[in-house]
Design a protein around this ligand. Structure first.
Ligand SMILES: Nc1ncnc2c1ncn2[C@@H]1O[C@H](COP(=O)(O)OP(=O)(O)O)[C@@H](O)[C@H]1O
Ligand SMILES: [Mg+2]
Length: 210
């Protein structure tokens, strides 16, 4: 059976696309799935993470490829043949270049860091996903528990047309540190990190298979 495709998209840079991609990839791998990463962002952060992982672990435990925006379909079809899950990381922009990734996606995830600027930036991506008749799910990232801002952003996100994932990622040094080390936060962080990554993975897999 062909693998399922997750596209991580968000116009705003720094919202957590790459963070979400690597942590889902590590979590799925640790659950016994075969995972392939596809980096379509010319900045190549996902590739840097993957190389750091290879250096650190020898066997990174997953596949990695890059492609141009328009090479996504071809590359995805290929990766899907051997991977259970293909995760596409995308550049911080919304335009026609994003369409191939959205078309390939079985599930679209839109990280929204806890700021109104991030929330405003999601409109374009949600419109584009809707035009492709694809459901998009926002994932609140860098949440500061109990702050007014995080609550405001969560409430405003809940009022948008797209879905809002129940699981959220908090603002934690572990995410920033492990990204540079080629690890998933759950491979180095404490219980709180492990729990929230597990909850997000459960929810994402349920949506993917639902
Ligand atoms: N939940 C989080 N807690 C702390 N730092 C985070 C979190 N999510 C992302 N970051 C940090 O924010 C920066 C941008 O994240 P990144 O995933 O690269 O965003 P994008 O791919 O959308 O540009 C990185 O330095 C990353 O480590
Ligand atoms: Mg990125």
């Amino acid at each position: 059976m062909a693998g399922k495709v997750i596209a991580v998209v968000q116009q705003k840079g720094g919202s957590g696309k790459t963070t979400l991609a690597v942590n889902l990839a590590v979590a799925c791998t640790r659950r016994g799935m075969t995972v392939a990463l596809l980096d379509t962002d010319p900045q190549g952060s996902l590739g840097r993470w993957f190389m750091a992982r290879r250096e650190r672990l020898g066997d990174p435990g997953m596949e990695f490829s890059t492609s141009s925006a328009w090479g996504v379909s071809y590359e995805c079809e290929k990766l899907k043949r051997s991977a259970d899950i293909v995760i596409i990381d995308t550049p911080p922009k919304v335009d026609a270049d994003l369409r191939p990734a959205l078309r390939e996606a079985d599930l679209i995830l839109v990280p929204v860091a806890s700021s109104h600027v991030d929330l405003w930036a999601t409109d374009g991506v949600l419109d584009l996903a809707a035009r492709e008749r694809k459901a998009a799910w926002m994932v609140l990232n860098r949440v500061r528990q109990g702050t007014r801002l995080s609550e405001d952003v969560a409430r405003a996100a809940g009022e948008l047309s797209a879905g809002l994932a129940e699981a959220r990622l908090a603002n934690r040094v572990a995410y920033a540190e492990t990204l540079g080390q080629g690890l998933g936060a759950e491979e180095a962080g404490g219980k709180a990190v492990k729990d929230e990554v597990a909850a997000l993975t459960d929810e994402v897999l349920a949506k993917l298979n639902g």
